[in-house]
Design a protein around this ligand. Structure first.
Ligand code: GAP
Length: 701
């Protein structure tokens, strides 16, 4: 149960009082880092979320997560895992791998390279479309994801530019003496833009010089002599929130034009406009932002020494594409048949515009992805007569031969939920988002995001925490394999005996119906992927004719999870504060990390009661060596036993084993028994050393 989402109030455990994190002063929003933080200062996130602050601090203090390159000031969007974090991460990846591959007959593994042929990213669409809209603050240069800017309302003050008119004013006011006044300053302001326009300048000066007005004649003379002025005609605007004085907008604008080299700027062309829910202004200072431009998130590099355009390659932004590219090799070497999956865990890299929320959005992260290949619905119908329908919620049970994409998709959503629940994320800490038709990619049939309610997650209109994405489970049709078939020129279809045999037995009407549906789907895909109408029809025709020969391109269901987000969810979920009060009434707040034993970095702490009693130490070392081949054990003989328990609680160790004098036989009936102490409730049980391993193993696996 996530402490942030406990409904109940503080509860008592022995002498300790638990303070649920709901009672901590949590403010939800985390904002993006300053522009100057692009590379440096990664820890300098705004300190707005007290629980997140505590979690970040614990992660550093206990060695879960450090900022990368900390001794050089850090690098934004990159994180290192310390001793406890590395164990936690390893456990999570291993559990995923075991669940998704070793414990199933229908999934094979893959470990591909990070840098692949750049054509892969053309085929997948990443080269063209893997971008976020990005804009910069015109004043501070801070960079924003345009779609993530909080909408603002207020009065926008627009300016067409600014000029430094002090020199003109000085000469004119000197020469005109007392006659000089605001009226003439306004006149200069009006004249300056005309003077900047070379096509109008001469004519205007002639007009001024011929004027009846002495001041106009003087201005004509001064301006005609080209006094030194600096000017900037870059339009700028500032959004003023209700209640703020117009002067503050002008002050911001003056700052902007000063940055562009106009000293003592006089603002030109001020006008105001009412603005509602606009994402065009920096929420922090009201400054206008640059128009959004797409920013490709792939990290570029060069392969080989020449570093020309032809050598450009990319660090993979997802692990999935290698699976599609190696589909045929895995199929041929693993003795798998559709339906089957290929799983991969590995690094991915995205040059995120605004990495944020600790490790949640990083620039280097790990993914755990499964591509599960299934038969198209037309093939299922040909073989099984009809496609099974399953309810949109709940686990549909053991896979069946008549499952189409919808049943498989539902199956994988539920399997993934079971996985999360199995490592300690209670259902109530999760959220779900089924993508709408408008959100779905053109080739996708459905996508369900599994969310976790992080301390920084926002609330919806009804005040419920919605959560942020841990994993997406997408039904991606045959898009990916089809793209790689087109771009590589290598066939990606499979041959299915069962289909060929079934097709021949179908009534002609049914064959025609299935043929037409398959043809339409293929044609649609090809047209939407930019293939011209005639070749698209020809290709779709060939593909549909393939059904009779038992050939088709598999569709895919993709459960794609982020390791680092899951680690952050597990840490937030495990974080508990307990207030303990000793006999003298002294209170202390302690952190207990209540990790599920399966993911806990250390499974058991082994402790001799005293470190200066060689018999106790010898026995404790025996217990450590008994358990060590099976699990991560931490041997601790430093300080009071209470302190040692507290240290293990903070590390999230679910069990501690203490070797005392009874273990040595002080009470003969307790010889070779130890005390097992439970992290979550402080309970202690006596257990024979010989029983320990068998008692522990099922709890941690
Ligand atoms: N192949 C599909 C794919 O990559 P995605 O939704 O872009 O889909 C899948 O990424 C998962 O990878 C996300 O649900 C998230 O857990 C993780 N992820 C994506 N971008 C991330 C980032 N910048 N930092 C940490 N994790 C990220």
């Amino acid at each position: 149960m996530n402490p942030g989402f406990h409904a109940d109030a503080a509860s008592c455990i022995g002498s300790s009082v638990r303070v649920p994190a709901t009672l901590l002063p949590i403010k939800i929003s985390f904002t993006a880092p300053r522009a100057s933080q692009t590379l440096l200062d990664p820890m300098a996130e705004p300190k707005e979320n007290a629980l997140m602050e505590k979690i970040v601090s614990l992660c550093k203090r206990r060695g879960f997560i450090f900022q990368s390159s900390e001794i050089y000031g850090g690098i934004n969007g990159f994180w290192d895992y310390g001793p406890l974090g590395a164990e936690l991460k390893r456990n999570v990846k291993e559990l995923w791998w075991n669940t998704m591959t070793r414990q199933r007959d229908d999934v094979a593994g893959l470990e591909a390279t990070i840098i692949m042929h750049p054509k892969i990213w053309e085929a997948s669409g990443h080269t063209k479309t893997f971008s976020d809209p990005m804009c910069d603050c015109l004043l501070t240069k801070k960079r924003f994801r345009a779609d993530q800017i909080e909408p603002q309302s207020g009065i926008a003050y627009h300016f067409i530019g600014a000029v430094q008119i002090s020199e003109i004013v000085r000469i004119a006011s000197e020469r005109l003496g007392e006659k000089w006044g605001a009226e003439y300053e306004n006149k200069i302001l009006h004249l300056v833009p005309i003077m900047m326009d070379q096509t109008k300048k001469a004519e205007e000066i002639t007009r001024l010089k011929a004027s009846d007005d002495a001041c106009d004649r003087l201005l004509g003379e001064v301006l005609g002599n080209n006094p030194k002025t600096k000017q900037c005609f870059e339009p700028f605007a500032v959004l003023l929130k209700p209640g703020k004085p117009p002067e503050s907008a002008r002050k911001t604008a003056i700052e902007f034009y000063e940055q562009r080299g106009v000293t003592l700027p006089t603002l030109l062309g001020e006008r105001t406009e009412k603005v509602e829910n606009s994402q065009r202004f920096n929420p922090e200072n009201g400054s206008l932002l640059t128009p959004p431009v797409p920013f490709n998130l792939m990290f570029k590099t060069y392969v080989g020494p020449t570093a020309t355009e032809a050598d450009i390659a990319y660090l993979r932004p997802e692990t999935a594409q290698a699976i599609f590219a190696q589909f045929k090799n895995v199929l041929e070497t693993s003795r798998q048949k559709v339906p089957f999956g290929i799983a991969q865990v590995g690094k991915a890299f995205r040059n995120e515009v605004t990495p944020r929320n600790f490790t949640f959005r990083s620039r280097e992260f790990e993914q755990m992805e499964l591509e599960f290949f299934i038969k198209p619905d037309e093939v299922i119908e040909a073989i099984s007569g009809s496609v099974a329908t399953v309810p949109e919620t709940g686990h549909p049970g053991k896979p069946q031969p008549n499952w189409g994409w919808q049943a498989w998709h539902q199956y994988w959503v539920e399997e993934r939920v079971r996985f999360y629940e199995g490592i300690g994320l209670d259902h109530s800490t999760l959220g779900f988002h089924r993508q709408t038709a408008a959100e779905l990619a053109h080739y996708a049939r459905a996508c369900v995001d599994i969310l976790f309610k992080f301390p920084f997650s926002k609330k919806d209109e009804s005040g419920n925490v919605t959560g942020d994405e841990l994993e997406g489970i997408a039904a991606r049709s045959d898009f990916d394999l089809s793209q790689h078939a087109r771009f590589s020129g290598k066939p990606m279809g499979v041959f299915d005996d069962e289909l060929r045999a079934a097709w021949g037995k179908l009534p002609e009407e049914k064959q025609k119906e299935l043929w037409k549906r398959y043809y339409d789907n293929r044609k649609n895909y090809l047209l939407k992927s930019g293939v011209e109408s005639e070749p698209a029809q020809k290709q779709a025709n060939d593909d549909a004719n393939g059904l009779a020969k038992g050939q088709y391109i598999p569709h895919v269901i993709e459960p794609s999870a982020g390791v680092d987000r899951l680690i952050l969810a597990l840490i937030a979920n495990a974080y508990f504060e307990e207030m303990t009060t000793d006999e003298k009434g002294k209170s202390e707040t302690r952190v207990v990390m209540k990790f599920h034993p399966r993911v806990a970095p250390v499974k058991v702490g082994v402790m001799p009661l005293l470190k200066n009693k060689p018999e106790l130490v010898k026995k404790a070392e025996e217990v450590r060596d008994l358990l060590r081949p099976w699990m991560n054990v931490f041997y601790d003989d430093g300080g009071s036993i209470g302190r040692r328990y507290a240290r293990q609680d903070e590390a999230g160790t679910p069990f501690c084993v203490t070797i005392d004098f009874d273990t040595l036989g002080e009470k003969p009936e307790l010889k070779d028994t130890v005390t097992v102490r439970f992290r979550d409730d402080g309970r202690q049980e006596r257990m024979a050393i010989g029983e320990l391993l068998n008692w522990l193993l099922p709890k941690i696996r």
